[in-house]
Write a protein that binds this ligand. Sequence first.
Ligand code: IPM
Ligand code: MG
Length: 357
Amino acid sequence: MTRYRLTLLPGDGIGPEITAVARQLLDAVSARHGFALDYDEQPVGGAAIDATGVPLPEATLEACRASDAVLLAAIGGYQYDALPREQRPETGLLALRSGLGLFANLRPVKILSALIDASSLRPEVIRGVDLLVVRELTGGIYFGTPKGRVEADGHVRAFNTMAYSDDEIDRIARVGFELAAQRGGRLCSVDKANVLDVSQLWRDRVEAIHADYPAVELSHMYVDNAAMQLVRDPRQFDVLLTSNLFGDILSDEAAMLTGSIGMLPSASLGSEGPGLFEPVHGSAPDIAGTDKANPLAMVLSAAMLLRIGLHQGAAAADLERAVDRVLEAGYRTGDLAAEGATVLGCQAMGEQLLAVL
Ligand code: IPM
Ligand code: MG
């Protein structure tokens, strides 16, 4: 029997609760499809700070590198907010992305018809939305140098650098074009080329790479306009290609089209080695430990892990179908609840998913 090694990173807040649900479902679906999963659970973020003093221990990174895929829940908590940056949970996540070379972040946003009323936008605006944000994840202003804080002439100045080299743009552009070719055939590249030199290079390189993908329709959009178009007419988008910072912002905006960030999975991929799969939402420390968390984004992340990370597409489809079916049956977690819905806790939602599997 094929065996895969998964590193599980439950992290902080609601992370352990939703990880437990995902693990039960992964066990059930792997047994049904004839493969086995071996788990190695490791600390990251605040949990790692508490255990070892650093947000990404070397042992955690090594375990991830040695596995077939990594499933991360969420990191962060109020108690870490005042720590110096090197010791904050977010720094652990950035180090993990960069340590595993995960330059491509895929954030699909699909409106499920069962949840159409959960959105703050009108149903006729969002019905049928099915878009994918492809975000560059290991470059740009998140990692650019020089950066820092200096004191001069009685003032303090702080600065970061938004920089991309041609090869960094080319490789993420290729991911965007490949995925657009497999989906609706349209790629919209987001930049601020009317102002920023780095964006002008971005646009030039995306144009150049387009020559290899003539079947994909390419358009360009300034980031401020993209932010507006996402709420005005989100159906116009198939694949959105963005730099690191623009994708961070636009993917949260796009996520909210669905009404709850608790529904959205993501994948972060490199050119080799394991991918990292995680829900788009955070660690929700305000509801941690109360069994109120929505585990569906985590379950859908596990489905992405099965499909993209392990090439077990049939098992992935089973998990996705289970999510659709519990929603169609009217079950909701508190974040999604509408009139007439049956509100379940995190564990009970997990049990319903297992029941319909
Ligand atoms: C995300 C998050 C992270 C980011 C934070 C937690 C560092 O907002 O994954 O979008 O900015 O990339
Ligand atoms: Mg973000």
